[in-house]
Design a protein. Structure first.
Length: 241
């Protein structure tokens, strides 16, 4: 735990941080612990070594049904999730990066989706999330051609929030974490819920959900503290939830 953030680090650099059964199980457990940690308002997903995540094991085109769903566990977190992407995110590793809410990349990072080129198909929600983030035309280009996306191109396309040198990556992630941790935890949670759930709702229902969450937020101590802080001209002091 650092400054209101729970850090989850992929720490098998010798394998490229590949998502085998053990890694996925550890990821599920780490997500559960982060969700339950009252002091953690933000979750950071980082990695060690030259690769962020090389995807599934080389001889595994698709995870067996018995393997835990680590990518889904990251996507299901109700707290904001920031990915610190220091190297290549390939296949299911790309899916893992997209399961996070905000992505900050080092300049040498690259995103790869080599499924079709290798006679296969990548999963983990990568094609569905890509389509939602960059549109159908760009998602089709990446899925069909497997063209690598450099960090700067990912920034231009909206896939990452910021691109910095690898040396500055921890500081850049820390700055975003501090901004998020200073905000009301319930407001962050409701904002994430409104955006994510609206992806699968018609516009009118998405707007209704937005209004319902707004009304619910007005009944919380977070909202009352925000109003008090504004009137007293001070920084709000939000309790952990």
């Amino acid at each position: 735990m650092r400054a209101g953030a729970a850090w989850i680090t992929l720490a098998r650099p010798a394998t490229g941080n590949r998502l085998d059964a053990g890694m996925l199980a550890a990821l599920v457990d780490a997500c559960a612990a982060a969700e339950d940690a009252a002091a953690a308002r933000v979750v950071v997903l980082a990695a060690r070594g030259p690769a962020f995540c090389a995807g599934l094991p080389a001889a595994c085109p698709w995870p067996p049904a018995a393997w835990p769903d680590g990518v889904g566990a990251v996507a299901a977190l109700t707290k904001p999730v920031v990915a610190a992407i220091q190297g290549a995110a390939t296949g299911w590793g790309f899916a893992l990066a997209l399961a996070c809410d905000l992505r900050i990349a080092a300049r040498g990072a690259v995103f790869r989706l080599p499924g079709a080129a290798a006679g296969g198909l990548r999963g983990g929600g990568v094609t569905a999330r890509l389509r939602r983030m960059v549109g159908a035309a760009r998602a089709l280009e990446l899925a069909l051609l497997g063209t690598p996306v450099a960090a700067t191109e990912a920034l231009d396309g909206g896939l990452v929030r910021e691109v910095v040198s690898r040396r500055r990556l921890p500081a850049a992630v820390g700055a975003v974490v501090r901004m998020l941790a200073a905000r009301g935890p319930l407001a962050l949670r409701f904002a994430k819920e409104a955006v994510v759930k609206a992806l699968d709702l018609p516009l009118a229902e998405g707007m209704r959900l937005e209004q319902d969450l707004y009304v619910l937020l007005q009944t919380t101590e977070d909202r009352r503290e925000g109003v008090r802080a504004f009137l007293e001209r001070r920084r709000p002091r939000f309790d952990a939830h």
